[in-house]
Design a protein around this ligand. Structure first.
Ligand code: ADP
Length: 258
């Protein structure tokens, strides 16, 4: 459709823009950090100057972390899809995340043992789930339960999701949080659309998930009702039985978004 094309073009433009800007910024920041480190070594005898320089250094380092995240976002286009077993991956990911979700938030998993493997890039898929779970948590400020579920679905012609016929796995992240009104729901996957306010949301989470699903031959489908909650479904094509499995990604040290 026209909207899908528009979205894809916008995402590509955003990806190229952030990639280019982040790359240049990273080089500039590396030069600034290098010079600051030299100055800090020279001014060891001057505590007042040292304090100022250390402030500048930590600012520059925060900037460098940001640009690296932006570069990672831009590189997201280079996907390496392979057959992936969602059950162990999700279980590991959730146990890693549980600490940062806090005691008020619980995660329930509902994955059938016989779940078929899907074709998707494992690292990007982890990021996508992370984004969806963080959104679910943000939608429940007082806490609550988040359900991650998956099932195999045979999609036929005229299926509501509008995918080509075939076998898919539909994985969903469900919360009983504040939900979205129709206007928010319509714009939710747009890059940079956020209702979370400056410094809180980037507006890139759902657009990343949407991009990954589409590029993997699947879909992101959002169901939401204001005051009731949200169910985000990632539909992914089932991997051919003979496809070699990909090695699961290494555990992430620190869950980061986007
Ligand atoms: P961000 O989380 O940085 O705002 P996203 O692209 O992930 O960016 O989400 C865009 C917007 O969609 C959010 O600001 C919020 O308004 C809405 N949204 C996303 N997920 C949920 C959810 N589970 N419940 C309610 N609103 C949501």
């Amino acid at each position: 459709t026209r909207e899908a094309l528009f979205h894809a073009q916008k995402m590509e433009a955003v990806g190229q823009l952030t990639g280019g800007v982040a790359h240049d910024f990273n080089n500039l920041l590396m030069a600034i950090i290098g010079n600051l480190e030299l100055l800090i070594r020279r001014l060891q005898h001057d505590p007042q100057s040292l304090a100022l320089l250390n402030n500048a250094l930590s600012g520059a380092e925060r900037g460098a972390t940001l640009t690296r995240r932006m570069l990672a976002f831009a590189r997201r286009q280079e996907l390496k899809p392979a057959a992936l077993d969602l059950r162990p991956l999700t279980r590991n990911l959730v146990s890693l995340m549980e600490r940062s979700l806090g005691p008020q938030v619980g995660v329930d998993l509902a994955f059938p043992i016989s779940l078929e493997r899907v074709m998707v890039d494992a690292n990007q898929f982890e990021l996508a789930i992370l984004n969806l779970v963080m959104n679910a948590r943000d939608a429940m400020p007082a806490g609550g339960r988040i359900t991650l579920a998956a099932q195999s679905v045979q999609v036929g012609e005229g299926h509501a999701v509008g995918l080509p016929s075939g076998r898919y796995v539909c994985m969903s992240v469900t919360d009983r949080g504040q939900g979205m009104d129709a206007a928010t729901l319509e714009r939710a996957t747009e890059p940079f659309f956020t209702t979370k306010g400056v410094g809180k949301g980037t507006g890139l989470g759902l657009s990343m998930v949407h991009g990954l699903a589409e590029q993997s031959g699947g879909r992101l489908v959002l169901h939401s009702e204001a005051g009731k909650g949200t169910r985000a479904e990632i539909w992914l094509p089932v991997a051919p039985a003979e496809a070699p499995s990909q090695t699961p990604p290494s555990p992430m040290d620190e869950p980061s978004r986007n």
